[in-house]
Write a protein that binds this ligand. Structure first.
Ligand SMILES: Nc1ncnc2c1ncn2[C@@H]1O[C@H](COP(=O)(O)OP(=O)(O)O)[C@@H](O)[C@H]1O
Length: 189
């Protein structure tokens, strides 16, 4: 599928709000890729597709994850919405014809992050956080940090996610903690 065909398909499959968010993530990912000498076309596609499974009902997420053989830990079983990221990565391949491993990895990692992320995964994770429709205290600081220092912006995003989940009494996915620890260790060495 071409980029335009994927965009038209998502426009029909997603709510207007989610589609607008996806276009915003795609455009923000392009801007970050330009700024940090990344792959602009991969950023455009991964950003557009990152939430392609976000509106699946919980039951469908569970059954689809099982049918794809996606390994579910206790956190995913409790928080089924997390499955939209690995499922989205599989749908990108099976429905949208994506074969590029970096794009697939970026979609899979966009919600919880993790250690050893490639630059495209970092760009999509941050673009999801700072695209123009996002509004939360600190988003403007994060937007400017993402222009100058991707690793520092990731730490700030992980901190924000972890604090938000704790404020709601939720379970924190270990990949988020591992990703944050890795970046702190690298920063302080
Ligand atoms: N690192 C994490 N660990 C555990 N749960 C998380 C994490 N990140 C997000 N979640 C939860 O997973 C669900 C989906 O998150 P997300 O896709 O980021 O939401 P949104 O629709 O706002 O983009 C939410 O209920 C959120 O609280």
């Amino acid at each position: 599928m071409t980029f335009q065909q994927i965009k038209q398909t998502l426009k029909h499959r997603l709510s207007a709000r989610r589609f607008e968010h996806s276009v915003g993530v795609s455009e923000t990912a392009v801007q970050l890729a330009e700024r940090h000498s990344g792959d602009v076309e991969k950023a455009r596609l991964a950003g557009l597709l990152h939430d392609c499974a976000r509106e699946m009902p919980r039951n469908t997420l569970l059954h689809t994850a099982q049918s794809f053989g996606i390994v579910m830990g206790s956190i995913e079983r409790r928080e089924l919405a997390l499955l939209h990221a690995p499922i989205g990565a599989r749908l990108a391949q099976t429905i949208y014809g994506i074969t590029d491993p970096e794009i697939i990895a970026a979609i899979a990692a966009h919600t919880v992050g993790g250690p050893n992320l490639g630059q495209l995964s970092v760009i999509v994770y941050l673009a999801d956080y700072i695209e123009p429709t996002r509004s939360f205290p600190g988003v403007d600081k994060l937007r400017s940090l993402a222009q100058t220092n991707l690793a520092a912006a990731m730490i700030e995003s992980y901190d924000h996610s972890i604090q938000y989940i704790i404020s709601r009494g939720g379970l924190i996915h270990p990949a988020t903690v591992e990703g944050r620890n890795e970046l702190l260790l690298q920063r302080d060495n």
